[in-house]
Every structure is written in C-alpha cells, then in structure tokens.
Design a binder for this molecule. Structure first.
Ligand code: PEP
Length: 251
C-alpha cells in the first residue's frame, strides 16, 4: 500500500507576508490531511522562511529546480547541497515550464535528477505530453522516452527514493484537467515502464498527477489505482482549496 503525497508548486508567486499568511492557514488545517504527506515548493529566496516556519510541523518543503552542478562558476544557479542547507526534502525536476521556457533537455533533466539524489533530496520528476502529441496518439511514447532518458543516465534503480509526476502540458494552468481514466492510463504505463527497469521499486513508487487539480476534481483522480496524490500549482496558493485537495487524498 502506497501512502499519498500532495505537493504544492507555488511557481514564481509569493512574498514574505503572503507566504506567512498562507502557511499559517495551512498549518491551522493540516490535520484535515490525516495520513497524507503534504509539502510546498517555493521560490529559492523563501526557503529560509519555510524552514523557520515549518521545521517543527508535519508540512514538508522543497524547491522548484536546482543546478545539475555541485558547485562552481555557474552564476545564478543553486545547488542541491544549498537546498539541503535550507531543509528541503523535495525538489521538482523537469517541470514543463522549465523544459519549454528554459530549454531544459531530457539530458539536463536527467543530470538534475542525479544531482538531487546525490545530495539526499527526493526529486519529483515531471513528465507529460503536449496537446499536439496527445492528439497524434503519442502520449505513452513521449512519457516513456522522458523516463528512459533518466534511466539511461541515472540507472535502472534510480526511482528508489524518487517521485514521478505525470503532468500533461495541456492541463497545466489551463483549467483543463485530464479525466481520471486518461490520467490512470498514463500512470499505469509509467509504473509498467519502471517495473521493467526495477520490479521492486515500481509497486512502491509514488506517481502524482498534476494539471489544474482542484478540490472538486481531486477525489476522483486520487481514487485511481495508480494515482498516489497530486502536484498542485494554482490551487496550492489558496489555503482552504489546497487543504481540501489534501483531504481528498486522505481516503
Ligand atoms: C504545476 O505547476 O505543476 C501545475 C500542475 O499547475 P496547475 O495546478 O496550476 O495546473
């Protein structure tokens, strides 16, 4: 039996004051999440605030990206060890916005995944197809190739201590959610691909769904056999909505 995990991706939103209010709201209602693990991933400058406010609480936290390099002349970059200094447990790797807007290739994503694991962080590897790829019937091929790129670099057993998030690009920030059946089909294919690489890790790997998850859609999505929680963008910025999503995972 896999435990459920719900992760908020704040993207480039927030301020010290707004984060403080949001975190207080989450902490006031976190009991609603029951046994569900809950985390928020914030912009780098706010990681110290998360560490200060969440260290003694059930809420975990993480970052939204990292450098593939351990240290050196990489102006503007942040290493995995630096994230560790601020108590991060998770780091999102390969979000579609990073792949599209910042030209992160499968190779870069794989290197970041390796760097995260080497520093003891849990990478949340995002995979997913564009609408054109879905319409062309290429969804499973695309997702498989994104997984293969990481396995080729990080090894067959690399998903031990990692999380995968299936995020159809057409569903991120659009208000359009994959149907539970569409999501389940891809989640099952992801688990099957991981099982080919490592039969032991596949049954315990947490595979999250992301893409316009709302409290109203979360219950049915999270009830699917291979959906182990969510990666939540916009709805994670509203305490009550995010808590209701966490509560939906607690069933
Ligand atoms: C995301 O940021 O990963 C995401 C899924 O965003 P949203 O929930 O807003 O679609």
């Amino acid at each position: 039996m896999r435990s459920k995990l719900v992760v908020g991706n704040w993207k480039m939103h927030g301020s010290l004051a707004a984060n403080s209010e949001l975190l207080k709201g989450l902490l006031a209602g976190i009991a609603r999440a029951g046994s569900v693990d809950v985390a928020v991933c914030a912009p780098f400058p706010y990681l110290a605030q998360l560490q200060a406010m969440l260290a003694a609480t059930p809420l975990r936290w993480g970052a939204q990206s990292l450098s593939e390099h351990a240290s050196g002349a990489y102006t503007g970059e942040v290493s995995a060890a630096m994230l560790g200094d601020f108590g991060c447990r998770f780091v999102i790797v390969g979000h579609s916005e990073r792949r599209t807007l910042y030209c992160e290739t499968d190779a870069t994503v794989a290197a970041k995944f390796v760097a995260a694991k080497a520093a003891g962080l849990i990478p949340i590897l995002c995979v997913g197809e564009t609408l054109a790829q879905r319409d062309a019937g290429e969804t499973l091929r695309v997702v498989r190739s994104q997984l293969d790129a990481v396995i080729a670099v990080a090894g067959a057993d690399c998903f031990a201590g990692a999380v995968v998030a299936y995020e159809p690009v057409w569903a991120i920030g659009t208000g359009r959610t994959a149907t539970p059946a569409q999501a389940q089909e891809v989640h099952a294919a992801i688990r099957a691909r991981i099982a080919e690489a490592d039969a032991a890790v596949a049954p315990v790997l947490q595979i999250l769904y992301g893409g316009s998850v709302k409290a109203s859609s979360a219950g049915e999505l999270f009830a699917q056999q291979d959906i182990d929680g969510g990666l939540v963008g916009g709805a994670s910025l509203v305490a009550d909505e995010f808590l209701a999503i966490c509560q939906a995972a607690n069933r």
